[in-house]
Design a protein around this ligand. Structure first.
Ligand code: DC
Length: 216
C-alpha cells in the first residue's frame, strides 16, 4: 500500500503521516526533510543558495540515513529549503530516491507513506490513498509559532505568519511540481480539528480504499 499525504506548511500533515504510519504499519518518509537537508548542506558549505548546479550536487550526495538533526527543523532552513525546492535539477535528483522508497517497503511493513507537496501529483501518482491537508493560514501560523517558542527558538507571530505566506506562494506558484491538490485526493481541513480527529478522518478513508482494493 502507498499513501500520499500532501499539504501546506504547518497544516498538521507530518503529525498525521506519523500517526497513520504507526496505525497501518507503513514505512514513513517526510520528504520535506530531503529538501531541508540539501539546504543545510549548502549553508554549511557556504554555497550560494541560488546556484542550481551546486544545489543538485548537494542533493545527489545527501545522506538519507542522517535525517534526524534537530537543526533541519529550524525556520531559516525551512525558508532556504523552499527556495531550493523550486529548482528542477534538485527535484529530479530527489525524485528517484523517493520513488524507490515508495515502491520498496522494508521487510515486515505493509507499505509506505510519504508526506510532502507533490507526492500524489508527481512522486506517486499511482498511490492507493491520497490526502491533501490544509488549514487557515492564521491558525497554521499560531501552531508554528507555539512550536518555535516551545523549542526555545525566538519567534514573533507576525513574522511567522509572513514567512508562511511567502512559503505558500513560493511552493504553489513555482513551475516545477507546485503544491496542488491532486484530482483523486480527499481534502482534510484541520483548522478546527485536533490531531486525533484528523487521524480518524484519514484512517477511515484509507481503510475504505484498502477494502475496495482487496475486493477488486
Ligand atoms: O514540509 P517542510 O516544511 O519540511 O518542507 C520544506 C520545503 O520543502 C517546503 O518549503 C517545500 C519543499 N517541499 C517540496 O517542494 N516538495 C516536497 N515533496 C516536500 C517539501
Amino acid at each position: 500500500m502507498i499513501v500520499a499525504v500532501d499539504g501546506t506548511s504547518a497544516s498538521g500533515k507530518g503529525t498525521l503521516a506519523a500517526k497513520l504510519a504507526q496505525h497501518f504499519n507503513l514505512e514513513p518518509l517526510d520528504t520535506g526533510l530531503l529538501y531541508r537537508a540539501v539546504a543545510l548542506s549548502m549553508i554549511t558549505a557556504g554555497d550560494n543558495l541560488e546556484d542550481e548546479e551546486k544545489a543538485a550536487n548537494h542533493a545527489a550526495s545527501i545522506d538519507y540515513k542522517s535525517m534526524d538533526s534537530p537543526r533541519l527543523r529550524n525556520s531559516d532552513i525551512g525558508v532556504a529549503s523552499s527556495k531550493i525546492a523550486a529548482m528542477k535539477a534538485v527535484r529530479l535528483t530527489l525524485l528517484d530516491f523517493q520513488q524507490n522508497f515508495a515502491k520498496n517497503p522494508p521487510n515486515g511493513r505493509s507499505g509506505t507513506i510519504l508526506d510532502g507537496r507533490d507526492i500524489a501529483t508527481v512522486v506517486c501518482p499511482e498511490a492507493d490513498s491520497k490526502i491533501f491537508v490544509t488549514a487557515n493560514i492564521e491558525i497554521r501560523a499560531k501552531r508554528r509559532w507555539k512550536q518555535l517558542i516551545q523549542s526555545d527558538e525566538p519567534a514573533i507571530y507576525a513574522r511567522v505568519l509572513e514567512d508562511l505566506r511567502e512559503r505558500d506562494t513560493r511552493d504553489s506558484t513555482r513551475q516545477n511540481a507546485p503544491l496542488r491538490k491532486d484530482s483523486d485526493a480527499i481534502t482534510i481541513d484541520t483548522s478546527h480539528l485536533d490531531a486525533e480527529q484528523t487521524f480518524e478522518m484519514a484512517r477511515k478513508y484509507i481503510a475504505s480504499r484498502d477494502l475496495n482494493r482487496q475486493r477488486s
